[in-house]
Design a protein around this ligand. Sequence first.
Ligand SMILES: Cc1cc2nc3c(=O)[nH]c(=O)nc-3n(C[C@H](O)[C@H](O)[C@H](O)COP(=O)(O)OP(=O)(O)OC[C@H]3O[C@@H](n4cnc5c(N)ncnc54)[C@H](O)[C@@H]3O)c2cc1C
Length: 418
Amino acid sequence: MGFEPTRAAGLDRLTDFLPRAGRAYANNRNYDDGVSDNGIRRNVSQLSPWLHSGLIKEAEVLDAVLRQHSADAADKFIAEVFWRVYFKGYLELRPGIWRAYCEGRDRALDAIEANAGLRTAYEAAVAGSTGIEAFDHWARELASTGYLHNHARMWFASIWIFTLKLDWHLGADLFLRQLIDGDAASNTLSWRWVGGLHTKGKTYLARPDNIARYTANQPGGPLAAQGLASDAPALEEPGEHPRQRLALPPAPDCAAFAKPYALLLHDEGASHVPLNLPSPPALVIGAARPEARSPLPTAAAVSGFAQEAVAGGVSAAAAAFACPGIDWPTDRPLADILAQAGIEWLALPYLPAGWTRDALMPQIAPFAHQGRVTELLPAIDRETWPHARAGFFGVKKKVGPILDDLGISASPTLFAAE
Ligand SMILES: Cc1cc2nc3c(=O)[nH]c(=O)nc-3n(C[C@H](O)[C@H](O)[C@H](O)COP(=O)(O)OP(=O)(O)OC[C@H]3O[C@@H](n4cnc5c(N)ncnc54)[C@H](O)[C@@H]3O)c2cc1C
């Protein structure tokens, strides 16, 4: 499967997909047609690995799409990209959900260690040997390609929770370890959505007829899904996850880049290009931490993509700015690297709630407390996140004005309240 961890490859994928981002996407996106010979699907973009790693950014994708299609024709694709931005903002407003997920995952992992029956059921699901043809097909596809179609993710999560009755935290953990695009916000909140924890009480039930219909074009014909649960009672959890005040970094001014500074690239911000830095850094540092996704091992394709995306991003930035580029290994303090380089200031793409922030922030925080860190938050996030307070609708009705503010052409009335 062709997920090459470079910005150029992401832009190529975008260019190839652009003609199909309009009505064709809206009409065909729900079909899981399976993996073709060259691994590229025609009906969805498969841009998520590049978007997650920050090799390409949402605003440039939307801009390119709206140069080829009217806002009317591309409204579905635009809305999907905004789902990603919405989920990021929602988790930013409720970081307690991420902490609770990590705790729940660790408890669930302990439980399978302690209970042989549970462990057997979990291992059968992971290996794709449950006897449910469709589920087993996706489990194997996930392991071998690092990607699943959105509809397959929904069915998989629903069967995991309601038919196999496995803990949702374990399924979300499996996705994070095996999806190249594994994303703390989209993944955690989508699993919670399927289980009825995101929109309280509203669950997603996978049905055999729906699976057969939307997998009709699979190379081997529609996928069968025998013995699925016929109801999906909402999961419950103790306690609420209260919304916090958004504490976003201020938009930086040029003064922040006047002193010699190091640019830190990471798993979710691997390219300097979308940052539009006003002056060059004196040093580029790369920190890839894919192993922080889970206490269990991360799939080789996932680690490889992250490591190469960051290493390639560092090389590209070092060449563009004619400065040194180095790796920040996990066993070396950041303070040492900066002290050795004689640099006191740091700039980095914003670290959203999730494992990358958990892995890096403890060492960045002391510099941040001294006012020596500039976090760069894309304008689309700054504009959208305040509206991610509850359901997606709050964001959807602001899409037109947000695109206008960003200078991306779209009809301001298109996404007005329905
Ligand atoms: C249980 C479950 C887990 C998921 N886990 C992840 C994850 O870890 N990482 C991840 O990026 N997405 C996740 N998604 C959302 C979605 O499935 C993927 O973003 C999408 O399938 C990526 O494929 P694509 O790039 O071809 O999407 P396209 O259909 O081409 O959409 C374009 C872009 O819009 C965004 N997008 C599309 N659909 C969604 C959606 N439902 N929610 C959020 N953003 C969306 C993605 O960035 C995507 O690249 C999950 C969905 C479910 C149901």
